[in-house]
Write a protein of this length. Structure first.
Length: 150
């Protein structure tokens, strides 16, 4: 049987898009964002500061989310969810780190161009997960629902 942390890493390496849930005044919101991750399994994405999820994070950094890989109805279901604390990165060192790992997957030129935009400034955000929950009957047949507290 695979170790859960390694299974989460392998799953994150295959995925590119995640759904992030934010809330404000008891009104939840879910959005989809392109993401990457670091060795500590923190999640990073890049977004326009005017988007609803970006604005809501200013007052409430508690988030949840899901990462889904392409599946067909006949496939064994598999999924990864998380909860944690999100924030906009403001420290230059943190932003440079995020640009570096994000640029492994996405265009560095496009990222820097959007950061410097006067009309629609984009920023990096990071989620520090407090928990990952994986559902994987094929990888964990005896206990398909696995929780990893961070």
């Amino acid at each position: 049987m695979r170790e859960l942390r390694q299974a989460v890493i392998e799953y994150l390496e295959q995925a590119k898009l995640m759904q992030v849930a934010t809330s404000s005044a008891n009104r939840p919101w879910v959005c989809s964002v392109w993401f990457t991750f670091d060795a500590d399994l923190n999640l990073y994405w890049f977004s326009w500061t005017g988007r609803r999820h970006s604005r809501e994070l200013e007052s409430n950094g508690k988030v949840a989310g899901a990462i889904a890989l392409p599946q067909n109805p006949e496939d064994m279901p598999k999924g990864l969810q998380f909860e944690g604390d999100a924030k906009m990165l403001t420290n230059k060192e943190d932003i440079d780190f995020a640009i570096g790992i994000y640029s492994r997957i996405y265009s560095r030129h496009s990222v820097e161009e959007r950061i410097n935009s006067k009309e629609r400034p984009h920023r990096f955000y990071m989620i520090k997960p407090t928990k990952y929950v994986m559902f994987d009957p094929s990888g964990f047949p005896d206990e398909p629902l696995q929780e990893m507290i961070m």
